[in-house]
Design a protein around this ligand. Structure first.
Ligand code: URA
Length: 484
């Protein structure tokens, strides 16, 4: 029997590969009798409805690996995958367990490379604001040069994060276009098709400059996390060379400035509670908070302190303890806390590895019969507790502080505002920050469908938080994940 030539579409042609594989298997054609080409030419087999070739039952791991590896740029990907399918069907059902097998080893490396590239696309796409027509809505356009055929695999993340915007991502392999309702995959694009920067770029640059920690600057680590080929498309990259050059001097200046800094001013009540002893550790600060008089109208049982490891990469800041938190003396253990725990786990984070605290440390409530009904703290009350919160975060030193809702946003950033407009992106909250909704907002939504949708968006924010922390270019992989 002569060689069979199978030509698939350029890119990740999963459907084409599946169809051809079914037919080849049905015809009993072994891998060494097939030549696979990825190009836009017709397939050699006569056109046939997909149903005519019976589907093949493969172990789930094999099917998942195929879906990922077809996105790899290696021209041999289809040949390798067909060999895998063939061997599995010949009886090697547990082939993927054999990591020493050269075929398995190579496919696993390819799978990892694709995953890494999807991850990088999520981290390094930067949108520029344009208008597709005068007076029309904003259209956000990004240019990205991936190493593999991953744009469709990466698309759900962008749809999830930027559902309410109109955007396009242009790449040399194809383009993605979202119109707030539908995702369209379009043709390849050129760099010139993407607009040049605007105020957005300046914003990214200054955010990057303000969060850049010169003491941690390590060019080798930075390059490993953000390969230099991505730099030219990142607005902040203009700042990188200069920041690196100036890093040693800035680090020294920072140390000198901290050493020379006068003691920070504290609210009078806090000073009174503390005497003139500045706390030297989080434990000491906590003792002072625990001994302080509640600023919010009293009745609460105790001050509820923050919880989690010092040095946690992420610190979540809520509003104030609720009824159950007040009784148990721990933050986020009531209904909102249980929802937060569920979302944290679903986003792949580990509650034991993050820090959780509140802007206000005492429960403010109104007594109605036997029930203690939560009352929102006033701006002055939030301001009173602010010093404690800042000190607390100075001891914890998170890479990212997450404001859960408006009160936390006010406490951290000093400004009130609509959370829904600010949510879902990095921002400066006295330190690198991220704003999202408070979990009790989800609990208050009236109908189940709205609740479910809001919960999904919340989990999506938490996933974004995890990625931001893992991708932070100046450090190593953050210890925020759930254990495997
Ligand atoms: N809501 C908060 O903001 N904090 C808690 O600890 C519990 C509910």
């Amino acid at each position: 029997m002569g060689l069979r030539r199978i030509a698939l579409k350029q890119g990740a042609d999963l459907d084409g590969f599946r169809l051809a594989t079914r037919r080849l298997v049905a015809a009993g054609i072994a891998p060494h009798d097939v030549v696979w080409c990825a190009e836009d030419t017709p397939v050699l087999f006569p056109p046939q409805a997909a149903e005519e070739a019976s589907p093949i039952a493969l172990p789930r791991r094999v099917a998942e690996l195929i879906e990922v590896v077809v996105c790899h740029r290696d021209p041999e990907r289809y040949a390798l995958l067909y060999e895998l399918v063939w061997r599995v069907l010949q009886g090697e059902r547990a082939l993927l367990e054999m990591q020493a097998d050269p075929l398995v080893h190579r496919l696993e490396l390819m799978q990892k490379a694709v995953h890494r590239e999807v991850h990088r696309m999520h981290a390094f796409v930067r949108f520029r604001r344009t208008k597709s027509r005068p007076n029309g809505p904003d259209h956000f356009v990004a240019w990205f040069e991936p190493d593999h055929f991953i744009i469709e695999a990466a698309a759900p993340f962008f749809v999830d994060r930027f559902r309410s915007q109109i955007w396009s991502i242009l790449t040399p392999f194809g383009s993605l276009h979202w119109d707030r309702e539908e995702l369209r995959v379009g043709p390849a694009a050129r760099r010139e098709d993407a607009p040049d920067g605007d105020g957005f770029e300046a914003g990214w640059r200054s955010y990057y400059e303000s969060t850049f920690n010169p003491a941690r600057a390590n060019p080798a680590v930075m390059r490993a996390h953000m390969p230099t080929r991505y730099w030219r498309n990142l607005p902040e990259s203009a700042a990188i060379a200069e920041l690196l050059r100036a890093a040693p001097a800035r680090a020294t200046a920072m140390i000198e400035r901290d050493a020379a800094a006068p003691a920070k001013r504290m609210p009078e009540k806090a000073v009174a509670a503390m005497g003139d002893q500045a706390p030297a550790s989080l434990a000491e600060l906590n003792r002072l908070i625990a001994a302080s008089e509640p600023m919010v109208s009293s009745g609460s049982t105790r001050a509820v302190l923050g919880e989690g490891p010092v040095g946690a990469a992420i610190a979540f800041v809520g509003e104030q303890p609720g009824d159950q938190e007040d009784l148990e003396g721990r933050p986020f253990v009531g209904p909102a806390g249980q929802l937060l725990d569920r979302a944290i786990a679903e986003a792949g984070l580990d509650r034991a590895r993050v820090y959780v605290t509140n802007a206000v440390k005492h429960f403010k409530f109104e007594q109605r019969g036997k029930r203690r009904i939560h009352k929102k703290p006033a701006a002055g009350e939030v301001a009173h507790y602010r010093w404690w919160l800042m000190e607390e975060l100075n001891f914890v030193q998170p890479r990212l502080v997450v404001a859960l809702g408006g009160t936390a946003m006010l406490a951290l950033g000093g400004k009130a505002g609509p959370v829904t407009r600010m949510r879902g992106r990095t921002t400066f909250l006295g330190r690198p920050g991220f704003i999202t909704v408070h979990p009790s907002y989800l609990l208050r939504l009236p109908d189940e469908a709205a609740k479910e949708e809001a919960y999904r968006a919340f989990v999506s924010d938490l996933r974004a938080i995890r990625r931001i922390v893992e991708d932070s270019v100046t450090g190593g992989a953050a210890d925020v994940r759930r254990s495997a």
